[in-house]
Design a protein around this ligand. Structure first.
Ligand SMILES: [Zn+2]
Length: 119
């Protein structure tokens, strides 16, 4: 038996490529060779913020660019004025580099255009 690591279809012995995906078949599907990793995503801290509003802004930015991101810590700031910790934006470990790219492209963009109200 052979399996397509992409669509996980079964093929009979002797077939070497998936006709749908044009992927090399494997003898056995494992977490290591499956294209779609179904294991739990590992979320790692991306950046911390003083307010959840800032964190949400960056989260929206990342999500618009296909990066899974969550704001952590905001739920501890329900009471006005009681907020003393920090808000941490976490991203899927596999999306981390992409998140950095998106973040830097957005926040390190030349500031001489587009923000006339900035003082
Ligand atoms: Zn396939």
């Amino acid at each position: 038996m052979a399996f397509c690591p992409n669509c996980e279809a079964e093929y009979r012995e002797g077939i070497t490529r998936c006709s749908d995906c044009d992927m090399e078949l494997v003898g056995e599907l494992t977490d290591a060779n499956k294209v779609h990793d179904t294991s739990e995503a590992r979320m790692i801290a991306f950046q911390s913020f003083k307010t959840s509003a800032e964190a949400e802004l960056v989260r929206d930015l990342l999500e618009q660019n296909g990066v899974r991101a969550f704001v952590e810590g905001a739920e501890f700031a329900i009471l006005p004025g009681s907020f003393s910790g920090e808000v941490v934006l976490v991203v899927d470990e596999r999306d981390f580099e992409r998140a950095v790219e998106v973040y830097e492209a957005y926040f390190n963009a030349p500031a001489d255009e587009g923000q006339p109200d900035n003082q």
